[in-house]
Design a binder for this molecule. Sequence first.
Ligand SMILES: Nc1ncnc2c1ncn2[C@@H]1O[C@H](COP(=O)(O)OP(=O)(O)OP(=O)(O)O)[C@@H](O)[C@H]1O
Length: 757
Amino acid sequence: MTINQSKDEEQQRVNSVAEKIDNKIKRVDQSIAQAHQETHRIYRNYGENTKVNTFEVDDQMETNASVQQQKQLVALAVENENILNANRLKLENLQGSPYFGRIDIVEDGEEDTLYIGTSTLQDDDGNFLIYDWRAPISGIYYNGMLGKVHYQTPNGKAEVELKKKRQFQIVKNHIRNMFDTNETVGDEILQSVLSEYSDEYLKNIVATIQHEQNVIIRDTRSDVLLVQGVAGSGKTSAILQRVAYLLYHSRSTMNADNIVLFSPNKLFSNYISEVLPSLGERNMRQVTLNEFISLRLTGVQVETLFERYEKDERNLPESTVKMRLYKESGDFLDKLAELEENYPEHILHFEDIIFEGKPFFTKEEMAEIYDSINHAYHITDRFLKTKNALIKRLQRRIHEDRNADWVQAEIDNLSDEDFQQIITDHNIEESTNQREIIAEEFLKERYAPIYNALINNYFFNPYKEYLFLLNEMDQGLVSDSVWQTMIESIDNNIEAHKLNLSDSIAILYLRDIVTDGGVNHSIQHIFIDEVQDYTMAQLKYIAHAFPNAKMTLLGDRAQDVLTSSYRQKDLVTEVNELFSKKRINTITLNQSYRSTAEITNFATKLLPNGEEIKAFSRQGEDPIIKVFDDDNYYQGLKETAKELNKKYETVAILTRNQAQAEQIYTHFSDESIITLVDADFRSIPKGILVLPIYLAKGLEFDAVIGHDISAKNYPDSRSTDVLYTICTRAMHSLTLCIDGTVSPLLSNESSDLISEQ
Ligand SMILES: Nc1ncnc2c1ncn2[C@@H]1O[C@H](COP(=O)(O)OP(=O)(O)OP(=O)(O)O)[C@@H](O)[C@H]1O
C-alpha cells in the first residue's frame, strides 16, 4: 500500500472518529442541561425546607435531619454535574485533533492496532477508538523500538511485538503530517511543533514527548527525582505531563489537591495554567516560596527573593556571605534543633495570652509549668505538656466561672433566640442543671479566643527563641562582634515586623520542632521548578513540612540568577547530599528545544561547560550584537524593539534589575507601545515588554533584546548566569544591545555578529 493510500484510509478513520466525538458532545450537553435543572430543583427545595419553624425543639430536630438529607442531595447533584463537565472537557480536547499516534502490535498471536490521544474514547459497543496516552500499553509508543517490547500490566510485565509506529499531526480533523518511525518521536513533527510562535500559555507536549522526558514523566519509584536540565529542555513541560500521568495512575487515592507545585512567580503560574486542562485534568495547587512562608508566618513581612537579589546587586560583604551560606544550609537547621535539646535548663520564650486587654495566662505562669516538667523529656514533649496543662486550667476556669454573678447576669440578658440557639447547637437536654450547662457553653464561646491561642501555639515566641539560640551558637565563622550585629539587626527587623529570607525558614523550623506542628500529611507530591533558586535549608524545611510527599525537583545550575553572586556549591551535589538517606534519582537533560540552533549555540558559548548542551536542529537567524555609543543608546534600543515588533508579536527587553527596566520604560514613555511588567502582573501581554530577568524565569518570547550587555553592566563571570538566562528566553530572535564597551562575557562569540551602530 502506498503512503497516500494509507493516508486516505487514515483520513477516513479520523472523519469517522471526529463524527463520533461530535455526537458524544451533543449527548453530554443534553445530560449536562438535565443535571443542571436537577441541581437547581434540589437547591430550591433545600431553600424551602430550611425555612421550616425552628423554634420548637422537636421541629428543629426534624428540620435538621431533613436539611442533612437535602445537603447530601445537593452534593450528589453537584458531583454528577462535575463529572459530566469533566467528560465534556476531555471530548473537547479530542475535537479537531483526536489522536497523535498509532501502534500496531502482536500480542499472544493476535494483531491489534491502537490509536493514542489525550484521553480514552470508546464507541457505543465499548470498542476502544482511542487509548489514553497514560495507559500502560501506550508506554510502548514513547519507549519502544520496533520488535519485541515490554509494558507493565497490573499482573506484571507483558511482552508484545511492535510492528509499526505511526505519528500524526492532525489539525481541524485534517491529517497535516503522517510518518512511520522507529524513533520515540521523529524529528519532522517536532520540527513543525517547535517552529510555531510563542503563545500566552505553555502547551502540552503529549504528542512529542522525548525518550528522556518520558523517564521523568513515568517515574513512580523515586522519593526524590532531581532533574538537572539545560535551558529549554522541557523541564516545566515534563512536570506538568508528570502531574497528569500521576493523577491518572493514582485516580482512586490522589487528586489534584494532593499535589503542590512551587512556582517561581505569578506570571509563571498563569503561563502554565492551560496545560493540565488541555489534558483533561484539574490544575494542582500552586504556591511561590514567598507565599508559602508568608502563609505560615502571619503578621511579619518576609523579604522576597527578588527584593534580596536587588539588594545583593549593590553590596555583599564577605562576612554576610559566610553567615548567609551557613544559615541556608541544611546543617544549620539541625544545629538549631540540637542546641534546643542541649539546654534542658533553658525555659522557652513564652508570650502572655491577652484576653479583653488583660493577661489571661502570663508567661511567668507558663514558664513555671514548663520548668516543673521533667527536664529529661524532649522539648516537644515538655511544650505539649505545658499546652495541655494550660488547656486544663482554662477548662477549670470555665467550670468555676459558670456560677459567677456576671455569667448568670449575661445569661439572663440573652434573647430567647440566642438562649435556644445554645441549647440546639450543643444538644443540651432538659434537666435540673440545664442552666449550668448553658453557662459553660456560653463561657466556652466567650473564651474561644484563648482556646484558639493555645491550640495554635500563639503563646510560644519562636522569634525570641531563635535569637536566644543564635546567641548560644558557637559559630566560628565570623568575629563575635559581627555575629552580634547580625543578631541585633534581626531583632530590630522583628520589632518592625520584618524578616529576611534565611531567618524566616529557620524560625519556621524551630517553631515546628518545638510545637510539633506545621506538618501536612495529605500532600503526596511536591514539585519544585527552578530549584536552583532554593537553599538546602528551604528544601529541608519543605521535606519536613510534607513528610508523605515524593519530591520532583527541576532546575538548571547555569540559570542560578538569584544566588550566583554568593553560592559556591553545585546544585546536584548539594541536593544529593541533603537527601542522601532517600531514594534519589538524578536525571540530566542536555537537549534544548526552545530556541533555534543559532541561539542555543550562542548561549552555550557563554558557559564554561557549555559543550554538553545539544541544540535542536531548528535553523533560524544568527543573534545580533549591536554596539551603540552613549548618546544614541536608548534611541537605538527603541528602534530595534520597534523593528522586531513588526515581525514578532512579543518582543521582550530583559534587564538585570527593576531599576534598569524602569529606566528603559521612561525612555519609551512618549509612546504607549511598551509595557513595564512587574511582580504583580498575572499574565503576559503582547507587544514590546520590558522586565527584569528574574520575572522572566521559566518564560519564553519570540524575540528577546538583552539590555546593555556592556563591560560595565556585565563585568565578570558572576554575571554569566544572568546573561545565559536572558539569551535562552528567546525562541526565534536574539539581539544584544550594548552601551559602550562589549562585556568580556561575549569574548567567545564570533566577531561577525557584532555591528557598530
Ligand atoms: N518534547 C517536546 N515536544 C515539543 N515541544 C517541547 C518538548 N519539550 C520541550 N518543548 C518546548 O520547549 C520549550 C521549553 O520547554 P520548557 O519551558 O518546559 O523548558 P524548561 O527546561 O523548563 O526551560 P527553562 O529552564 O529554560 O525555563 C517550550 O516551548 C516547550 O513547549
